[in-house]
Design a protein around this ligand. Structure first.
Ligand code: NAD
Length: 457
């Protein structure tokens, strides 16, 4: 069926008003949870095939997190979807004011390869909660997972309501989708494609949420628990072999503790992935050989402190720490998105903040310190999508915090209540009574301006 026809059918279904019913939405969320549960093994096998994710990693980052989102939405949806009464100025008397949460209609969700299941199903939860119909385009690079997703969704949901389209289609399919008549586009992916999405959406003035990437700094000050910091940085950097949008992209460490931190990080890498990381069943692979080639070029831009092993045909790159980065290197500018961590040392926190503030606003920022004043300084004097203090990644997995970027790292946010808001329009409603009317605003105005001046002083 053509994309045009799919969208047209969804719009017809949307107009039937079925999705306006909050109980209908809750039932669909229940169903979504059930079908994900029934297909857990298939999803985990597919993730292993595409990215060599262990069952544990696959479960916590792609499945468990969805159950939390669905449970919260089911529990809170009635409250979120309720019209909200707000104050009314005396000037409008007699009147009452409300905010009605209205679905957008038919929405498009486009996903990336790195968390290929979670990053389309999580926004889908918001789309369902908001009362929308949805078309989903997963990444063509994760063949097994995207096909599994297609089967799971399309076998269980009416295509007039939710449909996964052409899981293996490339940019031609996305381009066609972007030229279709959607009411909202939710895109997760690179900054480069995010700009294409925004340009296309602008032509039709379609509202968008862009979940993009960038270079997320990890700054470690001198007064930290070094062992624990090393553990948490290694976890966040090498999760999914560094293919995580909020992974620490680079490490800035105070020169007084640099050597000790790096020694501890190497110990941690060995603890988490064994002496021979390649044999670890818990260490994922790079998505494609083209990506292995791109990443391997970064390794030549500094001195290898640890790792640097590449087995192209296995799409394996070992957890790598790079020091002495050469000036003018690409690794200084481009999002790494792989298991290579360049390390810089600093003496003065202000210098690091100045450097971070010179660049694009990152999706995430990590700061390790025990000093409250320094933590507040970093929080106040830098801008990023989100922050975790004394750890990595975790602010993203909280259902009570909005997740999204700012500036180059994206626009809009979701998760928990924010997913519902992301897929709902807040409609301002003023309901006036008719039992009286002040003639104040009507012509002839004569000298009413005197009164107006008193009111709006
Ligand atoms: P990508 O931008 O290459 O692809 C994302 C989607 O866009 C895919 O579905 C793909 O088919 C489509 N696409 C690719 N090229 C296109 C084109 N020229 N025209 C139209 N559509 C096109 O991203 P990726 O490589 O799959 O994922 C990695 C990127 O995503 C990284 O930059 C990462 O930081 C970012 N990311 C962000 C988040 C977030 O939540 N902020 C999460 C995961 C990944």
């Amino acid at each position: 069926m053509s994309i045009e026809k799919i969208v047209e059918n969804q719009r017809l279904f949307y107009r039937s008003n079925k999705t306006l019913d909050v109980d209908f939405r809750i039932k669909q969320l229940e169903k979504l949870k059930r079908v994900v549960k029934e297909n857990e093994d298939i999803i985990l096998k597919a993730l292993k095939k595409d990215l060599y994710k262990s069952d544990f990693e696959g479960y916590i980052t792609e499945i468990g997190i969805l159950y939390e989102e669905i449970n919260l939405a089911m529990k809170k949806l009635k409250k979120w979807a309720k019209r909200e009464r707000v104050k009314t100025s005396i000037m409008y008397f007699p009147a009452k004011s409300y905010i009605y949460k209205e679905p957008y209609g038919v929405v498009l969700i486009i996903g990336p390869f790195n968390y290929p299941f979670q990053l389309v199903v999580s926004p889908l939860i918001g789309a369902i909660a908001g009362g929308n119909c949805a078309v989903i385009k997963p990444s063509e690079h994760t063949v097994a997972t995207s096909k599994a997703l297609e089967k799971i969704i399309n076998d269980n949901f009416d295509e007039k309501y939710i449909k996964v389209v052409d899981p293996l289609g490339g940019r031609e399919v996305v381009t066609e989708l972007l030229e279709s008549n959607f009411d909202k586009i939710f895109f997760t992916g690179s900054v480069r494609v995010g700009k294409i999405v925004m340009e296309k959406a602008a032509k039709r003035l379609i509202p968008i949420t862009l979940e993009l990437g960038g270079k997320s700094p990890c700054i470690v000050d001198k007064d930290v628990n070094i062992k624990m910091s090393a553990k948490r940085i290694v976890w966040g950097k090498y999760l999914n072999a560094g293919q995580t949008c909020v992974a620490p992209d680079y490490l800035c460490v105070h020169k007084d503790i640099k050597d000790e931190l790096l020694r501890e990080m190497v110990k941690e890498i060995k603890l988490q992935f064994g002496e021979d990381n390649r044999k670890s069943l818990d260490y994922p692979r790079i998505i494609r050989v083209e990506e292995v080639d791109r990443l391997s070029r970064y390794i030549d831009e500094g001195d290898i402190y640890y790792g640097g092993e590449i087995v192209r045909e296995e799409k394996y790159i070992s957890p790598t720490i790079l020091i002495n980065i050469k000036e003018g290197s690409k690794i200084l500018e481009e999002e790494i998105f792989g298991p290579i961590l360049p390390v810089y040392e600093f003496n003065n926190l202000q210098d690091v903040l100045d450097k971070v503030n010179e660049g694009h606003k990152p999706l995430a920022l990590y700061y390790f310190s025990e000093r409250k004043d320094q933590i507040e300084k970093v929080l106040k004097e830098s801008s990023s999508g989100g922050v975790t203090i004394n750890d990595t990644i975790l602010h993203v997995s909280s259902g009570f915090l909005p997740f999204g970027g700012v500036g180059n790292s994206g626009m809009g946010s979701y998760h928990g209540k924010y997913s519902f808001e992301c897929f709902s329009h807040s409609k301002a409603v003023l309901k006036r009574g008719t039992f009286t009317e002040f003639s104040f605003r009507f012509a002839p105005y004569k000298d009413k301006i005197k009164l107006v001046r008193k009111v709006f002083k």
